[in-house]
Design a protein around this ligand. Structure first.
Ligand code: FMN
Length: 181
């Protein structure tokens, strides 16, 4: 059984990311035998700012801080990821980048797909993530999702247009293949 972690990469109260991540998780249920999806809501992990003098790459997945250890265990248990991400000031969201930086080998070599959302689908945020995940040799899917506030939300509710649902299913299929390979 392979496990794909859908990471809700925002820590704000009432974030749009939580709605998108939960929608993705629901859609992913029962998609394919042999692949299990799990939801990792970054806010619930409450990962502290990286202040330790130990460089995560030398920590051997063992951390003094119990919140970092819980985050490490959850990420380590996954074989691949969907990063559900906004862009903050045209780049990756700081809290998610901090949580990424707090770990190391837990990410190594695991496929990742990106689901961006925002006024313009977080295109620049995802592009910035692509240069980050390279550092842990994470195979990344070229295709990505770009949920837009002006196209996929109606009256404040997240209601992706049909074409986006189709694209989501095909992205998940591609990721499942990459994880199972
Ligand atoms: C600190 C900050 C910076 C932002 N910068 C951008 C930006 O550069 N480009 C953009 O399209 N949206 C930007 N936004 C708007 C976000 O896309 C929007 O608020 C989105 O809901 C954030 O995701 P979240 O609700 O899951 O935190 C920014 C929002 C915040 C809080």
């Amino acid at each position: 059984m392979s496990r794909i972690g859908i990471i809700i990469g925002t820590t704000r109260d009432n974030s749009a990311g939580k709605v998108v991540g939960e929608w993705l998780y629901d859609l992913a249920q029962g998609r394919q035998d042999g692949v299990e999806y799990t939801l990792l809501n970054l806010k619930e992990f409450d990962v502290p700012l990286l202040t330790t003098d130990v460089i995560p790459a030398t920590a051997n997945k063992q951390y003094a801080d119990e919140k970092v250890q819980a985050w490490s265990d959850a990420v380590d248990a996954c074989d691949g990821f969907v990063f559900v991400t906004p862009e903050y000031n045209r780049s990756v969201p700081g809290p998610f980048k901090n949580a990424f930086d707090c770990l190391a080998g837990e990410w190594t070599g695991k496929p990742v797909a990106f689901a961006g959302y925002g006024p313009a689908g977080a295109i620049r945020g995802v592009e910035a993530w692509r240069t980050v995940v390279v550092n842990f040799s994470m195979p990344q899917l070229r295709n990505q999702l770009d949920f837009g506030f002006f196209t996929d939300w109606t009256d404040g509710e997240f209601r992706p247009v049909d074409a986006k649902v189709e694209r989501t299913n095909s992205l998940l299929a591609e990721l499942e293949d990459a994880v199972s390979a």
